[in-house]
Design a protein around this ligand. Structure first.
Ligand SMILES: Cc1cc2nc3c(=O)[nH]c(=O)nc-3n(C[C@H](O)[C@H](O)[C@H](O)COP(=O)(O)OP(=O)(O)OC[C@H]3O[C@@H](n4cnc5c(N)ncnc54)[C@H](O)[C@@H]3O)c2cc1C
Ligand SMILES: *[C@@H]1O[C@H](CO)[C@@H](O)[C@H](O)[C@H]1NC(C)=O
Ligand SMILES: *[C@@H]1O[C@H](CO)[C@@H](O)[C@H](O)[C@H]1NC(C)=O
Length: 393
């Protein structure tokens, strides 16, 4: 009898112990849902996984991993319709994306902008005279240096931010000749996807991407796609098959297949802002006709008709609503903190939440780690507050 009772007691204790054990396990192993399998979501998942939080599900709206890093077949070639360059290479710090690209041995081309003065075409055809073009590039360089100086002094004296265009006006050197506007477009509109009148001076001059990671750019042109860097991060914690596809049941989507990469005559054109909105609204054949007109004005009537055109439409895609975030004038660190501050149990990540590198692949990658760290700190130390510095500090 006594023995039986003892047995009963032990049994109860064991039951109780198991109960506690389950509760403790549940508390230590929370489940995390990641919305979006872009670079940032995949990066956050890796960081969580490294911290022992493996009970995750990644929900992706489209049928691909990589989000705005995405390749597509065009004219028998695998082309990138999203991110194309690794920006910020050969600087003091190593760009984490460049490290991945090298480990994967992706095919890249150094974008050499040293010889632009002998390679700039006039709209009506023919090259600009080198000395003339060189002068325009020199003026643009010195204007950019002036803007950096103004930006530094605004920050030092805690003055309010101005636009890039406003700083050009202070120097009384607003680009107006066609060559000046072309250079200005390349320096600003092309980089930030919005014109200098919109873009914040203080947050772009100097740009942390170039001052920390280096001034160089490499164009990724590999049949495996730029998306390889996303897979590189993903495969470190998600299961994949021998074909390199992510088969982990925690990722909910279908994946696309690889293709060959023969050489081809493909021209890449970038438009931004109002012009890109206009072009997304019209039929692709009209855009093709416009491009052919520009090319024939520039290179002569004998330019053969393009056989095809591919126009990615990121702006009208409801899952993206544009290509990447730009930091506009009037927006301070405070507003950016508001974008990423957690709302209850919902945490935010993405290139737009990156402290220094918004708009870039490395920004997405690093933001994923930062956001995951905030969540890990909350889970592990119960410190779930995200203090925001007051506006203007
Ligand atoms: C045309 C273009 C050119 C670019 N060029 C460069 C470049 O040369 N160099 C560079 O460094 N960067 C470049 N970028 C920027 C870079 O691609 C992005 O900064 C980066 O890929 C963003 O990653 P992300 O994870 O923050 O967002 P995303 O890649 O957008 O990932 C978010 C994911 O969430 C998914 N999603 C959205 N809504 C939902 C929903 N409701 N439910 C489930 N899933 C959802 C989306 O489908 C997507 O997969 C370019 C971008 C574009 C579009
Ligand atoms: C610069 O460009 C011109 C015109 O295309 C070319 O003749 C010259 O060889 C180039 N120089 C270098 C160093 O690439
Ligand atoms: C920028 O500041 C540096 C250092 O004060 C100065 O030497 C340089 O001339 C300035 N450049 C321009 C274009 O104003």
């Amino acid at each position: 009898m006594v023995a039986l009772e003892r047995e009963k007691m032990v049994f109860l204790v064991v039951t109780l112990a198991i109960g506690i054990h389950f509760t403790a396990t549940a508390a230590l192993e929370p489940s995390v849902i990641i919305v979006g399998a872009g670079m940032s979501g995949i990066s956050a998942g890796k960081r969580l996984s490294d911290a022992g939080i493996k009970n995750i599900v990644i929900l992706e709206a489209t049928n691909w991993i990589g989000g705005r890093i995405h390749k597509q077949n065009f004219a028998g070639l695998s082309v990138e319709i999203g991110a194309n360059w690794v920006e910020g290479v050969h600087g003091e710090q190593m760009n984490p994306i460049w490290e991945m690209v090298n480990k994967l041995n992706l095919k890249t081309f150094f974008s050499n902008y040293d010889n632009l003065s002998s390679n700039t075409y006039q709209q009506a055809g023919g090259l600009y005279k080198e000395s003339f073009a060189q002068q325009a590039f020199d003026v643009a360089d010195s204007l950019a240096e002036f803007s950096r100086n103004i930006s530094t002094s605004l920050t030092a004296s805690r003055e309010e931010d101005i636009s890039i265009l406003a700083s050009q006006r202070l120097k009384n050197l607003v680009p107006s000749a066609p060559i000046e506007m072309a250079i200005d477009y390349y320096n600003y509109d092309y980089e930030f996807a919005e014109p200098p009148r919109v873009t914040s001076l203080q947050n772009t001059e100097p740009l942390p991407t170039f001052s920390n990671f280096g001034e160089d750019l490499y164009f990724v042109a590999d049949p495996r796609g730029y998306e390889s860097v996303v897979y590189y991060v993903a495969k470190q914690y998600l299961t994949s098959n021998s074909a390199g596809q992510i088969t982990d049941s925690r990722v909910k989507l279908n994946k696309q297949l690889e293709r060959e990469y023969p050489g081809a005559n493909v021209l890449l054109v970038t438009v931004t802002d109002d012009e890109s909105r206009r072009i997304e609204q019209q039929p692709d054949y009209e855009t093709k006709a416009e491009i052919m007109e520009v090319l024939r004005n520039m290179f002569g009537k004998n330019v053969p008709e393009a056989t095809d055109i591919l126009i990615p439409k990121w702006w009208s895609n409801r899952f993206y609503k544009g290509t990447f975030s730009n930091w506009p004038i009037g927006v301070s660190r405070y507003e950016y903190d508001q974008i990423r501050v957690p709302v209850g149990r919902v945490y935010f990540t993405g290139e737009h939440t990156s402290e220094h590198y918004n708009g870039y692949v490395h920004g997405a990658y690093l933001a994923g780690i930062d956001s995951a760290n905030m969540l890990i700190r909350c889970i592990k130390t119960n410190f779930c507050k995200f203090p925001i510095a007051a506006k203007g500090t």
